[in-house]
Design a binder for this molecule. Structure first.
Ligand SMILES: Cc1cc2nc3c(=O)[nH]c(=O)nc-3n(C[C@H](O)[C@H](O)[C@H](O)COP(=O)(O)OP(=O)(O)OC[C@H]3O[C@@H](n4cnc5c(N)ncnc54)[C@H](O)[C@@H]3O)c2cc1C
Length: 377
């Protein structure tokens, strides 16, 4: 007998969403394990579309650091303010912890949160899976949801999500000169082409600025690029509160993200938006879908193979679908020639404004996708 019905590895938004769905279903024994001690810091700009709150529910339980009604894009001095954005900014450590704790509370004893459990090994038996640490600690469950982030060890051990693409990024949490902060205008700034092959961002939060750079080729020295970027935008200087680097696993094409009793969710399944790298919303949504699929497996609604296959299709059509248009039409060029792409399709006035206009909180709006693609044809 496995110890748990469902094992969830990773207590980020994807894992917490899966746990929440299972907590609401009741009657399932679930373990959420994370290698970190919680709350853990997370390299992330921490902004996401306001609409995500409706999916999360209980929105009052998740106070945000900032709410934005506009988003500023610039490209070498050519700036556009998108007024259609409605975004929230959070501290990821606190936000993620609140999500996980809510699931535990809702589960009323059915959800066990296990911190500092670093999954190193996986074994797949006929009726259950086992995960273990190097130290020998073992957990078993009938279903495994891998929400263990951009460099998912479980994906690697299970042979899933092969050929995935991860972009390097640095996130800094800083304090800056009040005059420079005021000049930013209380809206997130995305500064395209601040480095040759990527962009920089500055997101004003309640008591600090979240800022960083991402490189689409991985060839740029990110520390140098970030230093130059901040020196331009914050001439009065800054004080670093936290510095973290991590990968952003962008969605480029459909890969296998589920098989039998194992399903990947969130960054582990490479669901970040392919141009800007936003992934919080996709992580939460895929976690919810994985939670529902796990519930269906435990309830014996169909075979694990059929249910996990359906999960994979759902993720690709609902979450990957909108971004796949970008991946299909734009990413081949974007992946190979990001500088060319930005110069020709984003930096030009028409392309730049189209990009700004169709951003609804850092994700592409599928309804305007075809229209925008016309501009790139
Ligand atoms: C610098 C940077 C800035 C970003 N800015 C934004 C932004 O502003 N907006 C946005 O939408 N997205 C942003 N993203 C992307 C976003 O952070 C991710 O898409 C999101 O965190 C994915 O959530 P997740 O739950 O899948 O994984 P994570 O939040 O990464 O959670 C994975 C969890 O798994 C745990 N774990 C990993 N390995 C193991 C193991 N072996 N055993 C046990 N536990 C394990 C980790 O400790 C972690 O808690 C940014 C990413 C980066 C790198």
């Amino acid at each position: 007998m496995p110890q748990f019905e469902v094992l969830i590895v990773g207590a980020g938004p994807a894992g917490a969403a899966a746990a929440q769905v299972l907590a609401e279903a009741g009657a399932f024994r679930v373990a959420v394990v994370d290698k970190a001690r919680l709350p853990r810091p997370k390299a992330c700009g921490g902004i996401f579309p306001y609409r995500l709150l409706a999916k999360i529910g209980d929105s009052s339980a998740f106070p945000s650091d900032a709410e934005y009604r506009a988003l500023r894009f610039s490209n070498r001095g050519n700036a556009v303010v998108s007024q259609s954005a409605h975004l929230l900014g959070v501290d990821r450590g606190t936000f993620d912890h609140q999500l996980a704790q809510r699931a535990v509370k809702r589960g009323a004893g059915a959800i066990t949160l296990i911190e500092q459990f670093d999954v190193a090994m996986l074994s797949i038996e006929d009726d259950y899976v086992r995960i273990s640490e190097r130290t020998g600690n073992v957990l078993s469950g009938r279903v495994l949801i891998a929400a263990d982030g951009a460099f998912s060890r479980i994906a690697r051990l299970a042979g899933l999500n092969r050929g995935h693409v991860v972009r390097p990024a640095i996130d800094l949490e800083i304090e800056a000169n009040p005059e420079d902060v005021a000049a930013l205008g209380q809206m997130p700034a995305i500064d395209l082409f601040e480095l040759d092959d990527g962009y920089g961002w500055i997101f004003p939060k309640a008591d600090r600025l979240s800022c960083g750079v991402v490189s689409w080729s991985g060839k740029t020295n990110l520390n140098d690029a970030l230093g130059r970027y901040l020196a331009r935008r914050l001439p009065g200087g800054w004080r670093v509160l936290q510095r973290m680097g991590h990968g952003i696993p962008i969605y480029t094409s459909h890969t296998d993200i589920a098989r039998g009793r194992i399903m990947l969710a969130g960054d582990a399944a490479n669901l970040a938006e392919p141009i800007y790298g936003a992934g919080i919303e996709a992580a939460y949504e895929s976690g919810m879908l994985a939670g529902r699929a796990a519930r269906a497996i435990c309830a014996g609604e169909d075979t694990p193979e059929a249910i996990s296959r359906a999960y994979q299709q759902q993720v690709h059509s609902r979450i990957g679908g909108p971004t796949a248009a970008v991946a299909r039409h734009v990413s081949p060029l974007f992946r190979e020639r990001p500088e060319f792409f930005y110069r020709n399709f984003v930096a030009g006035k028409l392309g730049h404004e189209a990009f700004a206009a169709r951003m609804d909180g850092l994700t592409f709006d599928p309804s305007s996708e075809r229209q925008a693609m016309g501009l790139f044809a």
